[in-house]
Design a protein around this ligand. Structure first.
Ligand SMILES: Nc1ncnc2c1ncn2[C@@H]1O[C@H](COP(=O)(O)OP(=O)(O)O)[C@@H](O)[C@H]1O
Ligand SMILES: [Mg+2]
Length: 298
């Protein structure tokens, strides 16, 4: 059966990265013979009534077989699912992978390897003053340097390596009231990680990222990409992490632990697949569309 799909992307972000991702998926869907529309999240409005869930939109939303939800507008994702639409990734999976604290909690519960992490208590006033006891625990648990990481963030921009109390103060100043955690710094992985792209039960392609200028391996922070042949153990860890968070597909970042073990850094529900294409020549969008086609036609 030829499918009718919708790709939802964020309408408020002006970076080309998001529309590029949506367009890559669209091209693959068209190749597969699907009918496909791109819609911005801010062009669909969720209406709730006592007896009805509805959508206010000018886009054609009838007879949609699947929605690829490339955005993080969780309320919209849940609303669409409540109306019966099939989302890839699901609202739950998108929600927990967007929130790094929730992700680590789920991964730890499944006994998967993560950096030792201490979650900051929720604060309503004076974040710095009220965090003194917590920060003392963090300093004792990790020693300097350690990582302060916001629950929500991308491109490495909300991840800080702190070497002393003054770095901590600067990081907390930036973070304000947003949720964050302190985390052991995996020194053996300084500026390096591997990105494995999982779709369903398979690792589709992998790259290694390394930076000579920053502790973060993100390309945006100066990381350089290289092809990488993952071991069976690395593949299996990436697939297990993806499934633990309920994701259909994900870009999984693994750090290099001090005894050559791999440690999960994060699981991205909407990974930047253009970089993977540039580095490895593999178009992950094709695999995602193949997977969706199989799942919806099941
Ligand atoms: N605990 C850690 N130890 C060592 N390096 C880390 C740690 N956490 C993050 N990093 C580095 O910082 C980068 C960005 O962190 P990540 O948690 O993936 O946030 P983002 O979502 O912004 O990419 C990682 O790719 C990795 O290179
Ligand atoms: Mg990352």
């Amino acid at each position: 059966m030829s499918l009718n799909g919708l790709i939802i992307y964020n309408g408020s972000l002006y970076s080309d990265k998001f529309i590029d991702y949506a367009n890559m998926l669209k091209e693959s869907a068209i190749k597969k013979g699907h009918t496909i529309h791109l819609v911005k999240n801010n062009e669909i409005h969720s209406l709730l009534k006592t007896n009805e869930l509805a959508l206010l939109s000018q886009s054609p939303l009838k007879s949609i077989d699947y929605i690829i939800f490339t955005d993080k507008d969780i309320y919209l994702a849940h609303h669409l699912e409540a109306m019966g639409y099939r989302l890839f990734n699901s609202a739950y999976a998108t929600e927990v992978s967007d929130d790094k604290i929730k992700s680590y909690q789920i991964l730890a519960k499944k006994k998967l390897p993560i950096p030792k992490t201490l979650i900051a208590p929720k604060n309503f006033i004076n974040p710095f003053e009220n965090n003194t006891k917590f920060l003392n625990h963090a300093i004792k648990s990790f020693n300097f340097p350690f990582v302060i990481k916001e629950a929500f963030g991308s491109f490495g921009e909300q991840v800080y390596l702190v070497h002393n109390k003054s770095d901590v103060e600067n990081a907390l100043d930036k973070i304000g009231y947003r949720p964050f955690m302190c985390q052991e710094f995996i020194t053996s992985s300084y500026g390096r990680d591997i990105r494995l792209q999982v779709v369903g039960d398979d690792v589709i392609t992998t790259m290694k990222r390394s930076s000579e200028v920053d502790f973060r391996a993100n390309i945006t922070s100066g990381g350089k990409m290289d092809t990488y042949l993952p071991s069976e153990a690395e593949k299996s860890l990436a697939i297990t992490a993806t499934k633990a968070l309920g994701l259909d597909f994900a870009g999984v970042d693994l750090l290099f632990g001090k005894n050559s073990e791999r440690v999960i850094c994060e699981v991205n529900s909407n990974a930047h697949i253009r970089n993977l294409l540039d580095c490895t020549g593999v178009n992950v969008a094709d695999s995602i569309i193949e997977y969706i086609d199989r799942e919806v036609n099941k």
